[in-house]
Design a protein around this ligand. Structure first.
Ligand SMILES: *Cc1c(COP(=O)(O)O)cnc(C)c1O
Length: 417
């Protein structure tokens, strides 16, 4: 502690004054006085959304009605929005489409990958992966049976050794939703390919938060979320990445009409569309997709390397203040200590993490709790200020030191935690 320079409020204000991303904050509508450290669960409202939605409803839906499918190119939205997400993923055009949820898209990708790599049947994943990823694999295993799909879950540090010639697909989340631990995508993909396995990466906590290089890293498939760091609003559609080299040979099991090569021929037989479009299934949610499209405007002109640099600095300041106010090691940090090994979030453990999160929310610091004992702080450099970090840690310190979180009102759980 003694050899570390004390962090003061002036220093943080100076970082804000010199922050090249500071001007992005006005592109969001964040309620006055609120410190929002939960953009990794639901991104805040970008400023341009209300107008876009108003136009969609009044003119496109209200006046132009069904002609809007052509007139306003509704039919092209899944591809158009996919192409706007692609640069954030390090993906060349023609490989990303916007559709459905991560869960539904994982179902398609797992089905596709298992078929490509048959007769191998092992889906290798991580024990503490996000549950929906595991549930989806369990569902596929139930459908296909043991002979064609077997889910194998190992701990994070056992992944390299578990990658052998039996593995059909390595399915991992790049940034762990609880701890923020980030995998080495390039190394694990290379290792998987060395043993003849395909890879599916879940980018829920990566897209829009950390620089990605799916093409350069030789990734096969990926999915990601529209409502977290991409700020597309509650239930925003997700996205799918399919490497170009696989597109013509890959088939996916949710073969709906939007993925057909000529949906309006109404042929009785399925014929997959060319390219990533074959991963579409049903009619896209046009209003939600238009919102995500408008939300992506905030990434115009943003260099993901700048986002990464600020995110690491925000985390360092947060950790520095946690130490300075002696919250560490009282609330041990459950995230990797090394910046390079974590995404854009920090997790701390405490037996009363739920109540502490509620008390913080009551103090206008929005964070979340992840069962069983994690208090999670997400840092989105497009709108989080260094000064916010100061107030967040000081309010946390007050809550923990005074014990106010023990009050009954902070211990009542709703359906969503
Ligand atoms: C948020 C999240 C999801 C969400 O999946 P949906 O099916 O889109 O609701 C999936 N995977 C991870 C790792 C997540 O963090």
């Amino acid at each position: 502690m003694s050899d570390q320079k004390k962090i003061d409020l002036e220093q943080l204000r100076e970082l804000d004054a010199n922050d090249s991303l500071a001007s992005k904050r006005v592109e969001f509508k964040i309620p006055e006085g609120l410190i929002y450290l939960d953009g990794n669960s639901l991104g805040p409202l970008p400023a341009g959304i209300e107008q876009r939605l108003q136009e969609m409803i009044t003119q496109q839906w209200g006046q132009d009605l069904i002609s809007s499918w052509n007139k306003h190119q509704w039919i092209d939205l899944p591809v158009k929005v996919g192409e706007r997400i692609a640069p954030l993923l390090g993906a060349a055009p023609g490989q990303v489409v916007c559709c459905d949820s991560i869960s539904v898209n994982l179902f398609k990708l797992l089905g596709a990958a298992l078929q490509l790599n048959s007769p191998r049947r092992v889906v290798l994943s991580q024990q503490d992966n996000f549950p929906t990823d595991l549930y989806t694999a369990q569902g596929i295993a139930g459908l296909l049976g043991d002979a064609r799909c077997q889910l194998k879950q190992v701990s994070s540090d056992a992944l390299y050794d578990a990658l052998d010639e039996t593995v059909a697909v390595l399915m991992l989340t790049h940034v762990n939703f609880r701890s923020g631990a980030m995998h080495d995508m390039r190394e694990l993909t290379r290792r998987a390919h060395d043993v003849g396995a395909l890879v599916i990466w879940d980018l829920a906590h990566s897209a829009g938060a950390v620089p990605l290089a799916l093409d350069a890293d030789n990734v096969d498939f990926a999915v990601g979320c529209g409502y977290k760091y991409l700020n597309g609003g509650p239930g925003a559609p997700a996205f799918v990445y399919v490497a170009e080299r696989l597109q013509q040979r890959v088939e996916q099991p949710l073969s709906g009409w939007m993925g057909h090569s000529a949906p309006f021929n109404f042929d009785a037989g399925y014929a997959a569309a060319a390219g990533a479009k074959r991963f579409l299934s049903g009619t896209p949610p046009i209003l939600s997709m238009a919102v995500l499209d408008a939300a992506l405007d905030v990434f115009d002109g943003v260099d993901m390397q700048d986002v990464r640099a600020k995110s690491q600095q925000l985390c360092q300041m947060f950790l520095g203040l946690m130490r300075q106010l002696e919250l560490l090691p009282k609330m041990p940090c459950a995230s990797p200590a090394n910046d390079k090994e974590r995404g854009s979030q920090l997790a701390f453990q405490h037996g009363d993490a739920f109540a502490i999160a509620q008390a913080l929310i009551d103090q206008q610091v929005i964070v979340d709790f992840r069962a069983p004992d994690i208090l999670r702080f997400g840092f989105c450099p497009l709108y989080t200020r260094f000064e916010d970090i100061w107030h967040a840690v000081h309010r946390l310190s007050e809550i923990v030191t005074s014990g106010t979180y023990k009050q009954e009102i902070f211990n009542q759980r709703g359906a969503v935690t």
